[in-house]
Design a protein around this ligand. Structure first.
Ligand SMILES: NC(=O)c1ccc[n+]([C@@H]2O[C@H](COP(=O)([O-])OP(=O)(O)OC[C@H]3O[C@@H](n4cnc5c(N)ncnc54)[C@H](OP(=O)(O)O)[C@@H]3O)[C@@H](O)[C@H]2O)c1
Length: 280
């Protein structure tokens, strides 16, 4: 029986990982959260208080843990200060394997925090699996939910395509690799790359009303998004992601989901149908 600590357990991918491990006969799971009571109500499993930035939470969280699903919280970009102490404590506590939710391209882009985490984990001698995920379809049902409800999608991606992946597929790959102990790195994408016109056409068809892609200029996006989010670093990351797509650098489609799960990845139309109620 492998005991897995799931970090980011209340997040986009993590809650599906918890569900998958709870259903697995050969694994037990503890969900890590800064608010374990709220997490237990939501996830209906064992929970433990865990905060990357609070070393007093490490000891209980790592007790009897064999493997960890590692999610870097988006707000923690100073890896050495905010993430490495928790990883070093995991090594000290005897955690042997880490499946890390990384980002596609981390192997070619040393600037992203995920690249620094990958390299730290490798140097630490842990058994590692890196899940280098493309852009989640779920960004459209969370970050962009309100505007899609209002009939538009305003991202500065031009006609560039993105190989959107469903977070449920990323979680399914995580569960599989946590259970089998498969080491390595996977580039996880959906079955096709879509531009945002095609995304809006598919949303319009599923919702049976118009969703317009507005393709704002970068400055206009920065200003309007900052008004909404009030978080400059988050908006800067979003701008970088959509600019990458605009320049045609986010469209690589891989077969890795199918290779691990032995089934095709979830397509955008299915994601939109499954999440229809979010936008209505
Ligand atoms: N969004 C994408 O398209 C995409 C694509 C590829 C890779 N990624 C990467 O995937 C990761 C997750 O991104 P996401 O947007 O999906 O976020 P998320 O996992 O939905 O949410 C963040 C999670 O982090 C936890 N958290 C926040 N601060 C914490 C802290 N100080 N200590 C412990 N846990 C903390 C939160 O748990 P509690 O509030 O319960 O503590 C929550 O479960 C990021 O590293 C991101 O770069 C994202």
């Amino acid at each position: 029986m492998t005991h897995v600590l799931v970090t980011g357990a209340t997040g986009t991918v993590g809650h599906h990982v918890v569900d998958g491990l709870r259903a697995a006969p050969d694994a037990s799971v503890t969900a890590a959260s800064r608010d374990p009571v709220r997490a237990r109500d939501r996830l209906d499993c064992a929970t433990v208080r865990f905060d990357f930035t609070d070393p007093t939470t490490y000891r209980d969280a790592y007790a009897d843990v064999d493997a960890m699903f590692l999610v870097r919280p988006p707000a923690l970009s100073r890896v050495r200060r905010d993430v490495v102490p928790a990883l070093a404590a995991a090594v000290g506590a005897g955690v042997e394997r880490v499946v890390f939710l990384s980002v596609i391209g981390a192997d070619r882009n040393p600037i992203v925090p995920h690249a620094r985490i990958e390299s730290w984990l490798e140097d630490a001698g842990l058994e590692t699996t890196f899940l280098r995920a493309s852009f989640f379809m779920q960004n459209l049902s969370t970050t962009h939910r309100e505007e899609i409800r209002d009939g538009r999608l305003a991202v500065p991606a031009g006609t560039g395509k993105t190989s959107f992946v469903d977070a449920r597929d990323v979680a399914a790959v995580a569960v599989r690799t946590l259970r089998t102990g498969t080491a390595g790195a996977y580039d996880l994408t959906g079955p096709e790359a879509l531009d945002y016109d095609a995304v809006c056409r598919q949303l319009s068809a599923v919702l049976d009303r118009d969703v317009e892609y507005t393709d704002p200029s970068l400055p206009r996006f920065l200003v309007s998004r900052y008004r909404l989010e009030g978080d400059l670093s988050k908006v800067a990351v979003m701008a970088a992601i959509y600019t990458t797509a605009r320049f045609g650098l986010a469209d690589r489609v891989t077969d890795d989901v199918r290779t691990v799960l032995d089934r095709p990845p979830i397509d955008f139309r299915t994601f939109a149908r499954d999440n229809r109620s979010v936008w209505t």
